[in-house]
Write a protein of this length. Structure first.
Lengths: 75, 419
């Protein structure tokens, strides 16, 4: 179950994560939401943010070139 | 012997043949301009050529209204006019009445034909366009490894997001090998697995850009599972590749802008969402807190403990009232007691003793009030103001007193009576 959830999260694109965030925050802003739900949503939002951030591989990249045979080399 | 003709006769004969030829009287010829000479007389002399031949042309000054631009070497032209013979030189030439740029001529025709065909097949349909992912990690680039296009793409990408990996397929983008090279690049990058591919090159003539109008390139772009942004030439050059691509960028720089998200903006978005989450959660907690406070107050107000407290207070006040009442009673009593004590003081037997009376007791300590209590010889004690004395009874004699009358007892030192 947990593994399934993790793999689902891994497949989530940043764009989708942002869309979910928007939804989560909107729900959180609904004055009708219960406190329990608010906590759950808040936690969810923070997880999504963490995910967004983590999904960016923050290492400066050098340009690679690919040969006809599909081999990479520094450009 | 055959007839012998003069040169001018022959030339005249040929000219007549040309003049009578319906087609040559109004013909449009396509070719490339060369040897263009603007004569001082206003006439323009030039040559039209293609791969296999040349055709001498002239536009007389009187027909200059049929030319709307400055003719230059190498331009692709469509020249309309009459093919006629110049008898003096025995040469034929095209007398131009109207000269237009052909826009690539044959190539242009090929372009229009393929465009119409692919349009018919639906390859330009919006329904087939793949959305360009907004947040990519890997960017594929199919373009020449040298030149402005690749430099622009790298520069813009690294400025917007240095964390995006660029994978370049160094392609041939001009000439005969260009189309297969571009196709190979698209396949290689699709196989490697990039998020978006930019296919393009800088501006040029229709021939320079021709590879991007080839059917195999169009098909490779159409069939590629990775979204492709085309960036061929300048804004004004539209190629088949542009039409079939998922997104068309006007320049390679613009393509990089479209493909690569701005990292700072991304961080800003994250921060914004984080703030909104925090703020909303905080206000929600505060709201709950204030509601809790409100209910606590209400509950405290309504609780039995409140009533108990109230009753305790009531009891306390009753107790205080009781105590106060009790105190005042006691004070009253004390006053009365004092009054009594003063009165009592006035009636004290000691006062009597001061007046010269004595108090007589029998030997066993009883008050002697009746002469029957003693007989002669008994001892009695007489108390006076400043002491007592013991006396012996000599005799007893009863005596009757008038009611209310006053009479001294006959034996003053031995008797005491209050009457």
């Amino acid at each position: 179950m947990k593994q399934e959830q993790e793999s689902r999260e891994r497949e989530l694109s940043v764009e989708e994560a942002f869309a979910q965030l928007e939804e989560t925050v909107s729900a959180l802003e609904d004055p009708e939401i219960s406190l329990e739900d608010a906590f759950a949503r808040y936690q969810e939002g923070m997880e999504l943010l963490k995910y967004c951030n983590a999904s960016i591989d923050k290492v400066e990249k050098s340009v690679q070139a690919i040969s006809e045979e599909g081999e990479l080399y520094e450009f | 012997m055959q007839n012998v003709y003069s040169v001018s006769q022959v030339n005249h004969y040929i000219k007549n043949m040309f003049t009578q030829d319906f087609m040559l009287q109004a013909i449009s010829v396509q070719g490339e301009a060369s040897n263009v000479k603007y004569h001082s007389s206003g006439h323009i002399y030039f040559t039209l050529k293609d791969e296999k031949g040349t055709l001498a042309c002239v536009m007389f000054a009187g027909n200059r209204s049929g030319l709307a631009f400055r003719m230059e070497e190498g331009q692709k032209l469509i020249v309309s006019g009459t093919v006629d013979v110049y008898e003096r030189d025995g040469k034929y030439q095209l007398y131009a009445r109207c000269i237009e740029l052909s826009g690539g001529g044959e190539l242009y025709e090929k372009f229009e034909k393929l465009k119409a065909e692919l349009l018919e097949m639906g390859m330009f349909d919006a329904g087939y366009k793949q959305p360009i992912p907004r947040y990519i990690r890997t960017l594929g680039v199919v373009t020449a490894p040298t030149g402005a296009a690749v430099r622009d793409i790298i520069r813009i990408t690294q400025r917007r997001n240095p964390y995006v990996q660029i994978v370049l397929f160094p392609a041939v983008v001009q000439g005969e090998n260009a189309a297969p090279s571009i196709v190979q690049g698209i396949y290689a990058l699709e196989q490697y697995g990039v998020d978006t591919i930019i296919v393009g090159r800088g501006g040029g003539s229709l021939e320079d850009l021709w590879a991007f109008n080839e059917r195999i390139v169009a098909e490779a772009i159409f069939n590629c599972s990775v979204p492709i942004i085309s960036a061929v030439g300048h804004e004004t050059d539209t190629t088949i590749a542009d039409l079939v691509a998922d997104l068309r960028a006007s320049t390679p720089s613009a393509a990089a802008e479209l493909a690569v998200f701005d990292y700072d903006q991304f961080i800003e978005n994250c921060r914004h969402y984080s703030k909104r989450c925090l703020r909303t959660m905080k206000s929600r907690i505060e709201l709950s807190q204030s509601r809790l406070d409100k209910y606590r107050l209400m509950l405290e107000h309504k609780s039995p403990m409140g009533r108990v407290k109230e009753q305790k207070m009531h009891a306390l006040s009753i107790e205080e009232r009781m105590e106060a009442a009790m105190q005042s009673r006691l004070l009253d009593a004390r006053h009365r007691m004092e009054l009594c004590a003063q009165r009592l003081h006035g009636l004290s037997p000691l006062g009597k003793l001061k007046g010269g009376y004595g108090y007589v007791q029998t030997a066993d300590g009883r008050s002697l009030t009746d002469i029957g209590q003693v007989k002669a010889g008994d001892l009695v004690t007489v108390h006076l103001e400043n002491g007592r004395l013991t006396a012996s009874v000599l005799e007893t004699e009863p005596e009757q007193w008038e009611n209310g009358g006053e009479r001294l007892p006959y034996n003053a030192e031995a008797n005491h009576s209050e009457g």
